[in-house]
Design a protein around this ligand. Structure first.
Ligand SMILES: [Zn+2]
Ligand SMILES: [Zn+2]
Length: 392
């Protein structure tokens, strides 16, 4: 039989090579249920073309391809049921039991590629673009408070000062045509003293912006040195502001297949605590006896049974988590990248409500709740049964 090729399209969502691979995969999957024939080949070309046509980027192409492959398997190769499911934007209503290897294959297909990782602020170990700045030495000394916008000296961060800010960002109200702060209801036009901010702390805060700045506190480690079998883990971190900037204070790791919490510890930061962000982080106090050091945490989690070079790590805006954990890892599934809202990254809160009708973050943040919500969104989008916790 002649070699099958993907049809030419005006705009190519993905490189020829990956379209070719998907086409072969579609055909192979169809051949599990039908005898090979020229008609079947034609059908495979059609199926691949329909995936390519509705995909705007290589990321969405890979996602849509994985959904179609899943559909073929589930329907046992019934071709007529392939098209209608595409109308539902990849959401599969029925969720029959899957085997672990089927689920793994589905997850492999939505791994974020390296270029997208870099574009989204992940450290891939590639050399950083160094900003061209004339005031190089000044840059290291001064920084801008991310809450009140005041410029201050980093080495004087623990000297008491006044930092007034709003806990939540302002939103534009179309009716009143002014900005409103959800935290306190103050508006940008208000002349009240409270308009400057509803919360006052005695220190400004900052986040290290570059990887080299982060490295000065603790070095990045590449997970490629950690041996182990492939596993799938959802991560969630809570962070605090300290004299060193923005640091990890709690880490939760949940197993994708069993939803079991595998690791959950309060982690002591390197710097002196300025703000634990308790209303978001749920961490109110860090005691020596109920917490672990950063290095103790790394020693536990960089292990064949937890994060190793073959692990698939799942998170929402996972670059924030991996950067505070100082990890370089290349098998990433990020629901903020996979399911954006227009030009913006979706919030996990909105996404969880939209996809699995689950209300989260109604009160304090809980990292295991977030990790589980992220997994539920992913499972639901990929047609992996939410409640399945026994896998063959
Ligand atoms: Zn406010
Ligand atoms: Zn400030």
């Amino acid at each position: 039989m002649a070699v099958l090729r993907p049809v030419d399209l005006k705009t190519q969502p993905a490189p020829y090579q990956s379209r070719y691979m998907v086409l072969q995969k579609v055909l192979k999957t169809l051949e599990k249920f039908h005898a090979a024939s020229p008609e079947l080949g034609k059908k495979a070309v059609e199926v691949e073309a329909s995936v390519a046509k509705k995909s705007a980027s290589s990321q969405s192409y890979r996602f849509n391809a994985s959904v179609v492959l899943r559909d073929i398997l589930k329907s046992k190769g019934k071709l007529d049921c392939l098209e209608p499911s595409s109308k539902k934007k990849g959401v599969i209503a029925s969720a029959a039991k899957l085997t672990k290897s089927q689920a793994m294959e589905t997850l492999q297909a939505v791994l974020v590629d390296q270029a997208t990782l870099v574009a989204n602020g992940y450290n891939t170990g590639a050399p950083e673009k160094t900003e061209q700045m004339s005031d190089t030495d000044v840059q290291g000394v001064y920084t801008t408070c991310i809450r009140c916008n005041t410029k201050f000296r980093k080495d004087q961060i623990m000297n008491p000062t006044t930092c007034r800010f709003h806990v939540q960002r302002k939103k534009f109200n179309r009716e009143t045509r002014q900005g409103e702060y959800a935290c306190c209801g103050e508006t940008t036009n208000s002349s009240s003293f409270l308009a400057l901010g509803c919360k006052t702390l005695f220190h400004h805060v900052f986040r290290p912006e570059t990887f080299s700045e982060m490295e000065r506190i603790s070095p990045f480690r590449n997970t490629c040195k950690v041996q182990g079998k492939a596993n799938v883990l959802a991560l969630d971190c809570e962070m605090a502001f300290t004299s060193c900037g923005y640091e990890l204070i709690r880490l939760t790791i949940v197993d994708f297949f069993t939803s079991k919490v595998l690791y959950d510890e309060i982690v002591r930061p390197f710097g002196e605590v300025i703000d634990l962000n308790s209303e978001f982080s749920g961490v109110h106090v860090i005691k020596e006896e109920t917490s672990v050091s950063f290095d103790e945490m790394l020693e536990k989690i960089l292990h064949e049974s937890l994060i190793n070079k073959n692990s698939i790590l799942i998170g929402h805006g996972l670059e924030n988590d991996l950067n505070v954990m100082r990890l370089i890892h290349d098998k990433i599934i990020d629901t903020a990248i996979l399911y954006p809202r227009g030009h913006y990254k979706s919030s996990l809160k909105d996404l969880a409500f939209e996809v699995v009708s689950r209300r989260i973050q109604t009160g304090e943040h809980d990292s295991s709740e977030d990790a589980i919500a992220t997994m539920s969104v992913l499972k639901s989008k990929l047609g992996i049964p939410l409640a399945q916790d026994v896998w063959e």
